[in-house]
Ligand binder design. Structure first.
Ligand code: ADP
Ligand code: ZN
Length: 714
């Protein structure tokens, strides 16, 4: 039996092995035993009922509380070739009747239903006449008042099960492991002496950190700029805060969405879809966002505020890295947030006993922020799991690798620059002058004649800005409190300038950053996005990030190799294999062009004969793109391809218009980008010529076009 399950896993889902716990749960279910499976978010619960469902000859009913998740899972199943559907309040009467009719004819293996359906006797009557083999209760903790998402309609499930003859197998799935919840699940679902599987709660790919005393907005901005293009969620504890941070991100040109319970259904759906479809990178949300998201490529979850308890925290943080790739969970701790959470408990109309229970949980959450032991160990112990290690080596307590660096000299340069600029400018301008920027404002103000102009040009501007901010946080500099904060020296700074004292800054020795994606990965991601748009499904349903990453590392070139990639099953190969293989082969070929066309024309011509059919299919601007992303300049590409520079420039613009990732900073000198944006915004006419006239002479038309199309796409 288990071999059959293994085969389903490989053929449909494209995975070679079951993960920890999956095998045991599946084995019991297919041998007709009820089970309780407790697995953390991202551990792979769905496989535990989807694989048995594919094997049973009868129907599997999945009871799931969230509508968007339902649709996602159904889409995913149909993608891999397992027939599934759902029935919930988003469908009209006709649609529901159609689906019920199809159920009778045995068209579906799985049917997802919302628990509210079970309130309808007619619906239960209909289902009870069908051949139902298995009932999977997802998010089973919703049945318990002790869980964190009680839903009264879950209490109807036991009655529903009783109505079906013969009694189907029942599996209960959840991420909540407390004793009370476990007991409730077993008794209230009326399970038959089920084994309880608690799979490791550990999520080794997640890096946990708690940061205290950060200027949170500043932290978020700098984190996002260091991890540009990565997908993540920022959780706040109030709507107001979510709105503030969302505004902050938008004004900083970050593609962000907003999600909280105060928005209309339509606004929320739109935000969620944009997030699912990779149209926005960052979702700023309250805890209203989440239960329904199945997006596997979330790379970071930042908690701007402490959540109410560890269950909530681990569930929300656990939305990072479901695909198993390295991801980060950061909690920004501020003591005043504890009061807010206490207030929420206080104001709730829970009975006293439950309130005390909640306070206790909040205390454990606060302890997490203060503990100096390994954070992962703390989490696992909280969920009643022993850990073999003392140090995981992958959390901020295990990796306190910051060191004190003497920045006295840099501080002196900064202070004297502030002084020479008459203490009349903000952080950005001071950094520009120190960097030696040719920014229009700097030049217009004659600031390039100051003796401190360019004295820190060896530093990146953002590092200079960071140093200034730290110096301000430590009271060497004051920022005035008005609309345009200006830097002023304090007495502390004067001591430094007199060489009476030194300044130290704590910096992380190895700056932790998420893995930088390869070029091929970006190409495949763009392809995935196009396919997703055409099929009107979220990109991660086509292939997960983990799957694309494997493709970009192993570069499969034929069907056999392609099927070996984790996450590629038969159905997906049939649908997408050819397109992906084409792009991978083109990429490999483009890599060759670089070597062969420059050095050995005979190899080049031989190769192009071999692959003639293929090369013809690719539009010219895509060939340019593939060379471009290898790091070649416009002139080099023109030479390699033996075409005019203008042609290459047009190709790049075309790529931008196609929505492909083009790093315009490689072509437009950094200091001009802001200026060009400004001109584009202010210019009344849309003619490039009039815009060019507003800008310094050296600005090229090509630069303006690049900035323009990038802005449009933002
Ligand atoms: P959960 O419901 O427990 O939060 P999911 O069922 O959504 O988790 O699974 C999380 C991710 O792990 C999905 O992208 C899924 O495809 C992947 N996954 C599940 N089982 C396996 C497996 N055996 N091997 C590789 N990936 C898996
Ligand atoms: Zn640790």
């Amino acid at each position: 039996m288990l071999e059959k399950a293994q085969k389903v896993l490989k053929t449909y889902f494209g995975y070679d092995d079951f993960r920890n716990g999956q095998k045991e749960v599946i084995n019991d279910v297919i041998n007709n035993r009820d089970v309780v499976a407790i697995m953390p978010t991202g551990a792979g619960k769905s496989i535990c009922f989807q694989v048995p469902a594919a094997l049973f000859s009868g129907i599997t009913i999945v009871i799931s509380p969230l509508i968007s998740l339902m649709k996602d899972q159904v889409d995913s199943l149909n993608e891999v070739g397992i027939k599934a559907t759902y029935i919930n309040s988003t469908l009209d009467h006709h649609e529901i009747n159609d689906r019920i009719l199809n159920m009778r004819t045995g068209k579906y293996k799985l049917i997802y239903i919302a628990p509210e359906r079970l309130e309808s006797k007619a619906f239960i009557d209909t289902l009870s006449t069908m051949n139902i083999a298995f009932i999977a209760v997802d998010e089973a903790h919703c049945i318990s008042q002790w869980g964190h998402d009680f839903r009264s309609s879950y209490r109807k499930i036991a009655n529903f099960i009783n109505r079906i003859h013969p009694r189907p197998i029942v599996g209960a799935y959840t991420a909540t492991a407390t004793e009370k919840v476990k007991e409730d699940i077993i008794t209230l679902l009326n399970l038959d002496r089920p084994p309880i599987y608690v799979t490791g709660f550990d999520r080794p790919n997640l890096y946990f950190s708690v940061l205290k005393g950060e200027d949170r907005e500043r932290f978020i901005l700098s984190y996002l700029s260091e991890n540009k293009g990565m997908t993540g969620i920022i959780y706040t504890s109030t709507r107001r805060e979510a709105e503030n941070i969302h505004n902050l991100l938008i004004t900083n040109q970050i593609k962000a969405g907003l999600y909280h319970a105060g928005l209309s259904d339509q606004e929320r759906n739109m935000a969620q879809n944009k997030f699912a479809y990779d149209d926005i990178d960052v979702m700023v949300a309250t805890n209203a966002f989440g239960m329904g998201i199945d997006k596997s490529n979330v790379r970071f979850v930042i908690h701007n505020n402490i959540p109410k308890n560890m269950e909530a925290y681990y569930q929300e943080a656990g939305r990072a890295g479901r695909d198993g790739e390295k991801s980060e969970c950061i909690l920004l701790f501020a003591p005043k947030d504890i009061q807010l959470q206490s207030y929420f408990i206080d104001e709730s109309n829970l009975p006293l006993e439950r309130k005390e229970n909640e306070y206790e949980k909040l205390r454990a959450m606060v302890d997490y922020c203060h503990t100096s032991q390994c954070l992962r160990k703390y989490i696992l112990n909280y969920f009643a799991e022993d850990t073999a290690y003392e140090n995981c080596g992958n959390c901020s307590n295990c990796n306190d690798d910051s060191e004190k660096v003497d920045i006295t000299l840099e501080a002196q340069k900064i202070f004297s620059c502030v002084y020479r600029m008459n203490q009349r400018f903000g952080v950005g301008m001071v950094a520009d002058v120190l960097k030696g920027s040719k920014n229009k404002k700097v030049l217009d103000g004659g600031l390039n004649h100051l003796s401190t102009y360019g004295i820190m040009k060896e530093h990146a501007k953002k590092d200079i800005v960071e140093m200034i901010n730290k110096l301000a946080a430590d009271n060497y500099l004051n920022l005035t409190n008005d609309g345009y904060p200006v830097l002023k020296l304090t007495n502390k700074a004067v001591l430094i300038l007199k060489n009476a004292e030194s300044v130290y800054m704590k910096v992380a020795k190895t700056k932790k950053r998420l893995d930088i994606d390869s070029e091929l990965f970006e190409i495949l991601k763009a392809l995935r996005k196009r396919i997703a748009l055409e099929g009107n499904i979220p990109p991660y349903i086509v292939f997960s990030d983990a799957t694309l990453k494997e493709m970009s590392i192993y570069m499969p070139v034929n069907k056999m190799e392609f099927l070996n990639v984790k996450g590629v099953g038969e159905a997906k190969y049939e649908k997408y294999g050819e397109q992906f293989l084409l792009h991978i082969n083109n990429y490999i070929e483009a890599e060759d062009i670089e070597i062969s066309s420059l050095r050995d024309t005979s190899i080049n011509s031989k190769r192009s004969i071999q692959k003639e059919g293929k090369t013809e299919k690719i539009p010219s601007h895509l060939i340019t793109y593939e060379i471009f992303i290898q790091g070649k300049t416009i002139n080099e590409i023109a030479e390699i391809r033996d075409v005019k520079v203008r042609t290459v420039e047009n190709h790049i613009i075309q790529c931008l218009k196609d929505g492909m990732a083009v790093d315009i900073q490689k072509m437009v000198p950094h200091e001009y980008i802001g200026m060009i944006k400004e001109a584009l915004k202010n210019c009344q006419e849309d003619k490039l010529r009039s815009i060019k006239e507003m800008l310094p002479e050296e600005v090229e038309y090509f630069w303006i076009s690049l900035v323009k199309y990038e802005m449009i796409l933002e």
